[in-house]
Design a protein around this ligand. Structure first.
Ligand code: FES
Ligand code: FES
Length: 204
């Protein structure tokens, strides 16, 4: 540990010397040196991880997580369920949308701890065996994707949107799906897919 610190310090000394020699401001360098010497954030300590059980696609999953872990990172990094995509990681694109209970949520802004005890449904849990969910089938039938990156989030959001009763018109669909961005602009086909799937979902 002390050897590590001293090598960090000597790294700083070299950089500080070069900064002074070049006439650049020393204050930021000093601040960075202080940051290097600071102890690691406590939440990085594995001993402080929390044990939680997430119920994902009908199965209980026991995990030991940093308490700051989001549902998206728990799914992708810990459970290897990579269907939910990380687009912006800021709640702005909808690529990470999953269902918690009946509600659609952006999983990049939802703490895994907050989802404990609730049913999480991801795109991997939507089909029934080999039988695609009607919304998945409708996206295929209507060519409602190009690159496909936004598609898992679009489909999860679309399922919830229909169940919320917000798919009765094109305008409604556009309004209530506006949180799901498609950079390939497959929007007209997504609307068509939702109109195809809606009757089957609502009757079921
Ligand atoms: S990755 Fe979650 S909203 Fe963009
Ligand atoms: S299909 Fe490419 S971002 Fe939507």
């Amino acid at each position: 540990m002390s050897g590590n610190s001293s090598s960090r310090l000597s790294g700083f000394d070299r950089r500080a010397f070069m900064a002074c020699a070049a006439g650049s401001a020393l204050v930021p360098m000093t601040a960075r040196a202080g940051a290097l010497d600071a102890p690691a954030p406590v939440a990085q300590d594995p001993a402080l991880h929390v044990e939680i059980t997430l119920r994902v696609n009908g199965q209980d999953k026991r995990l030991s997580l940093d308490p700051r872990t989001t549902v998206l990172d728990a799914l992708r990094e810990h459970l290897k369920l990579t269907g939910s995509k990380k687009g912006c990681d800021h709640g702005q694109c909808g690529a990470c949308t999953v269902l918690i209970g009946e509600r659609r949520v952006v999983s990049c802004l939802t703490l895994a701890l907050a989802a404990e005890g609730q049913e999480i449904t991801t795109i991997e849990g939507l089909a029934t065996g080999d039988q695609l969910h009607p919304m998945q089938q409708a996206f295929i039938d209507n060519d409602a994707f190009q690159c496909g990156y936004c598609t898992p989030g679009q489909i999860m959001s679309a399922v919830a949107c229909v169940k919320e009763g917000h798919a009765s018109s094109d305008a409604d669909i556009r309004e209530y799906m506006s949180g799901n961005i498609c950079r390939c602009a497959a929007y007209p086909n997504i609307v068509a897919a939702m109109k195809q799937a809606a009757p089957e979902i609502t009757k079921g």
